[in-house]
Design a binder for this molecule. Structure first.
Ligand code: FAD
Ligand code: NAP
Length: 537
């Protein structure tokens, strides 16, 4: 680095890792606040999730008018979403537009994977190293590395040996993939699979779906957005955004005050029909007790199952598609377009791995207990090492040479889900212990970025060099996150929310379930108190 641009003799005031929704807004805010910043991004462009997940059918499950930045009224007015739930190319185009409009690219270094970050206790600075061997220093390091950015292959014997075309939904090629005339297999039935299966089935000669655990899915009822509706949203955006920020999940759900257990079966069914007709994740807001009372939850679960049985003509396939061993919504509720309808197609076969498990993958087949499925292409829709995966791929070393990986070996510990004791001047955007994946993530991202920028500006104004959470404040937060989760049904599912999808990963429920508004208030109180629970020097 020829010119050192950071105020403390460092290359930069801040290094940000990642250029998705989080990293882009972080750069915008830091620049606005006068901090010199360099963003390092392993991909070849901006967009994060929306850069990597180019599989057919990829789209958001939070409505686009809400799944977008609120920080710029001009941006809000000039960008027009074409659909209720926009598809990946449109969301990527939006993030590219943001990067161009705010001239962000000049501070982003693409094709640059960060391999390590070491805190220097003498200078109170981070030394960040890239895979190319480049080394940069900064007072602050901000990990905007994403919760769902470390794709995961299944632990199946021979998985690396399949010699024909393979794809992972989370690392999809940039050039179009044509499945026409091919026998395609897909492993997994989470959100990514549920979105891509109808598209692949329409193209392929035959599609075999390998399902281990069926998921609960509700229809999106996606549609183009009418100009009048768009205008209505745009004319009232500040109020709508405020509603998102003060809600539970970061998007407007309407107010519900009744518990499912307090109304008749007939009234319940009516409400589920109404909420189902609204489309998408709002279904879970049908009643107040769905995620805390197992009996109430079972009524919603049974409603979804009844819809599956109505749609899927073959009773055996319908039965296999009905989830039974965890409460609805405790794995991310899927939002689909024609997912269950796809099983009525003659060229689609469901293989229920519970009764017919995969034994191994060979160079041309998936071999199950009951037979061999020869395939021309195999799609892994097998998810991510979520919430901690991208961070644990970086060798992050804090005080006393202790790594974050060591600190987190029994589960992640982070104060407010933003900072970790022993790792001064390091921030995580939507880290474990924050609402992140249980919310409209753009709302959570903006709140984190604002908080971090405010904290850095405070330190600069006070002439401070180093901030880190106190271990007892962190312990209290981790206990709170766990106690809140235990109050709900969430821990009852073997979900990626608690690391259950990665062999050997500590089983700890990671997201904060208290909602984005309560969480924001807690973070604000900490800032207003002069960073109570933090050591600052
Ligand atoms: P990401 O978008 O994941 O960006 C992180 C970036 O960091 C990536 O570009 C990655 O390459 C980079 N990076 C990571 N490690 C390194 C490293 N070591 N060195 C350099 N760069 C690195 N959320 C919602 O709220 N609503 C939705 O509808 C929704 N839909 C989704 C659909 C899919 C298919 C997926 C996978 C996730 C979805 N999510 C959704 C969650 C989504 O991840 C977030 O909404 C949001 O895009 C996260 O932005 P981010 O910038 O925090 O992380
Ligand atoms: P996922 O929800 O973790 O689903 C992975 C699927 O792969 C599961 O069905 C899992 O089965 C299966 N699987 C994993 N290992 C397997 C093995 N060894 N054998 C057989 N099956 C195996 O991953 P995802 O679908 O990519 O979604 C991850 C998250 O990203 C979502 O929960 C959501 O938050 C986000 N997302 C959102 C959207 C959207 O609608 N906007 C779309 C895609 C993703 P088990 O359940 O049995 O482990």
């Amino acid at each position: 680095m020829a010119v050192r641009e950071g105020s403390g003799g460092t290359d930069f005031d801040a290094i940000v890792v990642g250029a998705g929704f989080s990293g882009l807004y972080m750069l915008y805010k830091l620049r606005e606040a006068g901090f010199t910043t360099r963003v390092l991004e392993s991909g070849g462009g901006v967009g994060g999730t929306w850069y990597w997940n180019r599989y057919p059918g990829a789209r958001c499950d939070v409505e686009s008018v809400d799944y977008s930045y609120s920080f710029s009224p001009e941006l809000e007015q000039e960008w027009t979403w074409s659909e209720r739930y926009s598809a990946q190319p449109e969301i990527l185009a939006y993030l590219e537009h943001v990067a161009d409009r705010f001239e962000l690219r000049r501070d982003i270094q693409f094709d640059t994977k960060v391999s390590s970050a070491r805190f220097d206790e003498d200078t109170n600075c981070w030394n960040v190293t890239t895979e190319h061997g480049e080394s940069l220093t900064a007072r602050f390091c901000i990990m905007a590395t994403g919760c769902l950015s470390a794709p995961k292959l299944p632990e199946i014997e021979g998985v690396e040996t399949f010699a024909r075309a393979t794809y992972h939904t989370g690392h999809w090629p940039h050039e179009p993939v044509d499945f026409s005339g091919l026998r395609v297999g897909i492993i997994g039935t989470g959100s990514s699979a549920i979105q891509s299966i109808p598209h692949i089935a329409r193209q392929a000669a035959h599609l075999t779906v390998f399902q281990r655990t069926p998921n609960f899915s509700v229809p999106a009822w996606n549609h183009p957005l009418e100009p009048d509706y768009v205008q209505e949203v745009k004319s009232d955006y500040p109020a709508r955004r405020e509603l998102c920020r003060t809600s539970q999940a970061g998007f407007p759900t309407g107010t519900v005050e009744e518990a499912a257990s307090s109304v008749s079966a007939e009234a319940r069914r009516r409400r589920y029909e109404e909420k189902g007709a609204e489309g998408g994740l709002r279904f879970l807001g049908s009643f107040t007790d769905l995620l805390v009372d197992p009996d109430a939850n079972e009524t919603a679960a049974e409603f979804i199952r009844s819809k599956i049985r109505e749609i899927v003509k073959d009773p055996e396939t319908a039965a296999a598609l009905c989830p039974r061993d965890y409460p609805a919504g405790t794995k991310r509720l899927c939002v689909d377009i024609d997912y269950y309808e796809t099983y009525n197609r003659p060229n689609v076969t469901l293989v229920d791995l519970r009764s017919n498990p995969i034994e191994r993958i060979t160079e041309d087949s998936v071999v199950t207990a009951q037979g061999t499925h020869e395939l021309d292409a195999l799609v892994f829709a097998t998810g991510f090492d979520a919430m901690t995966g991208a961070l644990s791929q970086i060798d992050i070393e804090g005080l006393g040479g202790r790594t974050l990986k060591e600190k987190w070996k029994d589960g992640p510990r982070a104060h407010l889900g933003l900072t970790a004791a022993g790792f001064p001047n390091l921030f995580m955007i939507t880290g474990p212990g924050s609402p992140s994946v249980l919310s409209n993530m753009v709302v959570s991202i903006e709140q984190h970025v604002d908080w971090v920028t405010q904290c850095m500006a405070y330190m600069r104004a006070e002439g401070l060099e180093r901030i880190e959470p106190q271990p007892d404040a962190e312990d209290e937060w981790v206990e709170l996150v766990s106690a809140l989760a235990d109050f709900t049904l969430f821990p009852r599912a073997n979900s990626w929310y608690r690391g259950a999808n990665v062999e050997g990963k500590a089983q700890v429920f990671m997201p904060y379930v208290g909602g984005v508004y309560t969480y924001r208030q807690q973070c604000d109180e900490v800032a207003q108190s002069g960073y109570k629970g933090f050591s600052i020097s």
